[in-house]
Design a protein around this ligand. Structure first.
Ligand code: 3PG
Length: 212
């Protein structure tokens, strides 16, 4: 298994991880190129659409500098797919015992999702100290992360779910948050319209900490 230390470093360097649910594989490369041009290089491509894995492969093949992971990894099979296509990391919204067991044996960097202290404990028992808090805003947002920092000072979080461009900075200011994720970096209307300039500009604002 790969240690959580590696993924914590990767996410800390990333700071912001867009959650990309790609409907049309033709948008994958221009979308990723816009994000990378704006300084957002670490990308989560979800398996929520039939073209998710193909879109991730297209980005890996054609966008230098992109660090690509698969998201919405729900099963052992999804994790195997992430490894098979050469994704750098895999994110799950949850942490089932079977998925944690599979990830503990796999080489790919894995970030389980947790929503409770018990789920965090199950993940940490298998060596995953870097987790996704999902859905972060709905679970209490920054206050929930501060509270979890009490009993779990060694846990590191990448919160996602309900985070806005503006709120991202509040999360990133917390000592136990290594990165934030979300779909807000690439709104579906802008992707559908091919408004890559707007997506690049937002990525640049987010990375420079100048979001409104
Ligand atoms: C995720 O999978 O991390 C979330 O669906 C992202 O949530 P958001 O769309 O509210 O940013």
């Amino acid at each position: 298994m790969t240690t959580s230390v590696d993924i914590a470093d990767l996410l800390r360097a990333a700071r912001i991880v867009p959650v990309l649910t790609i409907q049309d594989v033709a948008t994958a490369v221009p979308l990723a190129s816009a994000l990378v041009a704006g300084g957002v290089r670490t990308l989560e491509v979800t398996l929520r659409t039939p073209v998710g894995a193909k879109a991730a492969e297209a980005i890996m093949a054609a966008v230098p500098g992109a660090i690509v992971g698969l998201g919405t990894v729900l099963t052992r099979r999804d994790l195997e797919l992430a490894e098979a296509i050469g994704a750098t990391f895999a994110f799950s919204p949850g942490a089932t015992p079977d998925l944690l067991d599979a990830a503990a044996e796999a080489a790919i960097l894995f970030v389980p999702g947790i929503a409770t202290a018990s789920e965090l404990m199950a993940a940490m028992t298998r060596g995953f100290t870097t987790v996704k808090l999902f859905p972060a805003a709905q679970l209490g947002g920054t206050e929930a992360l501060k509270a979890l920092g009490g009993p779990f000072p060694e846990a590191r979080f990448c919160p996602t779910g309900g985070i806005s461009e503006k709120k991202a900075l509040d999360y990133l200011a917390l000592p136990n948050v290594v990165a934030v994720g979300g779909s807000w970096l690439a709104p579906s209307a802008e992707v559908a319209a091919g408004n890559w300039t707007a997506i690049e500009a937002r990525a640049r604002r987010a990375m420079s900490g100048t979001s409104p």
